[in-house]
Design a protein around this ligand. Structure first.
Ligand code: GTP
Ligand code: MG
Length: 392
């Protein structure tokens, strides 16, 4: 499963975001380092279900009227402070939690109401732009430290005949989530000596920075927009980086209200409908939230996860079926499964995602929308419904 990590300075709202996105109860409080051990749970990205192209909606558990929710793993880690890679704050142990993450959501406090250590200050007192740069910097330095620690071993290996620097680096870097393609592309981007003994700290830092950008891309969740001064949010949106305005608290309130039947709202909706059975106070709070959502196209929580997977990681959703006419599995369930795959994936990749046996026995595939057979090299598109014919 794809893994998204919530990182960022303490007290920015990571655990609130996590609770809203997973509906698992975790500690939330207005002081730094509330979270110490990472929380892991299942959340979802939202996409348009192919059943929207048919007469009746499908009956998949994760489809709400054509709003399809595809599972991903979400990790909520301890707060990060400047100097974390050398042990400041809760130190670097939790940076290691990011090793297996495919993408990072950097939750910042757009209201400027917490300082760099996450301590409460007056709204607008802290510049949220600072919360963006230091997280990238800490992640780069953390990776540079890992490279440093492995360097002796690489130097040792270089004494054996047949040593290849590219192979040695690839082996080290795949240890924290880099694919062979990531490594090959990174090595093409930087200039470096063949002999590991000639490498300087600058070489190692450049390597770490390149590979971090490629393997741990970051989207910023500019959180607490419900209380943030407008100019703060505008300034953040002008940056040449992906920034999604969010109100994690708003999303959490909405999901709870929806569970209790007080509002009509599905995660990722841009607006909500207040039900009849609410008190005046509830109505006022929900209408205030509706105003914020109207300004920013929703609470942004779902949007940030969707952006991470579909835009930053460039993934698509494909739906394997057994019956190409009914778009169903063997038991008649319509569009039972959805798989997230990198853009450029083929029906063979989908077959392997379903099961390695199905991949091994792959014969051919049928595009269920057109009922036509597609070739092995066919590049899947978002929302493709595919029947795989396999010997297994
Ligand atoms: N106004 C507002 N407050 C929020 C929002 N999201 C979180 N908060 C509040 O911010 C404080 C910190 O929230 P947490 O979710 O515990 O923050 P965290 O980033 O997990 O903090 P650490 O675990 O200490 O790193 C709490 O008082 C939350 O209620 C939001 O969208 N708007
Ligand atoms: Mg927390």
């Amino acid at each position: 499963m794809l893994s998204i990590a919530l990182a960022g300075k303490p007290n920015a709202g990571k655990s609130t975001f996590y609770t809203a996105a997973t509906m698992a109860e975790v500690d939330v409080a207005n002081y730094p380092f509330t979270t110490i051990d990472a929380n892991r749970g299942v959340s979802y990205v939202r996409t348009a279900c192919p059943c929207l192209e048919r007469d009746g909606r499908c009956n998949a558990d994760n489809c709400e009227d054509g709003k399809r929710y595809v599972p991903i793993e979400l990790i909520d880690v301890a707060g990060l402070v400047p100097g974390a890679h050398e042990g400041k704050g809760l130190g670097n142990q939790f940076l290691d939690e990011l090793t297996n993450a495919d993408v990072i959501v950097n939750v910042i406090d757009a209201s400027g109401g917490t300082n760099e250590k996450g301590e409460p200050v007056d709204i607008g007192e802290h510049d949220p732009l600072e919360d963006i740069d230091f997280v990238e910097e800490e992640m780069d330095l953390w990776l540079a430290d890992i490279v440093d620690r492995n360097w002796e071993s690489i130097e040792r290996q270089s004494r054996s005949p047949g040593f290849d620097i590219d192979d040695a680096l690839a082996e080290m870097l795949t240890g924290f989530g880099a694919s062979p393609t990531d490594v090959a592309r990174t090595l093409r981007e930087i200039d470096y000596p063949e002999d590991p003994r000639e490498w300087t700290d600058d070489h190692r830092e450049a390597l770490a920075r390149e590979i971090r950008q490629r393997t741990k891309p970051i989207v910023v969740a500019a959180n607490k927009i419900d209380v943030a001064p407008q100019e703060n949010v505008e300034k953040l949106l002008e940056l040449d980086k992906p920034v999604i305005p969010t109100t994690a608290e708003g999303e959490l309130a909405l999901r709870r209200a929806a569970e209790n039947g007080l509002v009509d709202y599905d995660p990722g909706d841009e607006s909500l409908e207040v039900g009849a059975d609410v008190s005046d106070a509830q109505r006022e709070a929900l209408e205030g939230l509706a105003d914020t959502m109207a300004e920013y196209d929703g609470t942004g929580v779902q949007g940030a996860l969707d952006y991470a997977v579909y835009d930053l990681l460039e993934h698509l959703t494909a739906y394997p079926v057994e019956d190409a006419a009914k778009w169903s599995d063997g038991s008649g369930n319509v569009l039972p499964d959805a798989h997230l795959l990198p853009q450029g994936s083929t029906p063979v990749d989908l077959a392997y995602a379903v099961h390695s046996d199905i991949g091994d026995g792959y014969l051919h595939a049928v595009d269920a929308k057109s009922s036509r057979e597609v070739g092995e090299g066919y590049e899947l598109e978002e929302g493709d419904v595919i029947k795989i014919v396999s010997t297994n």
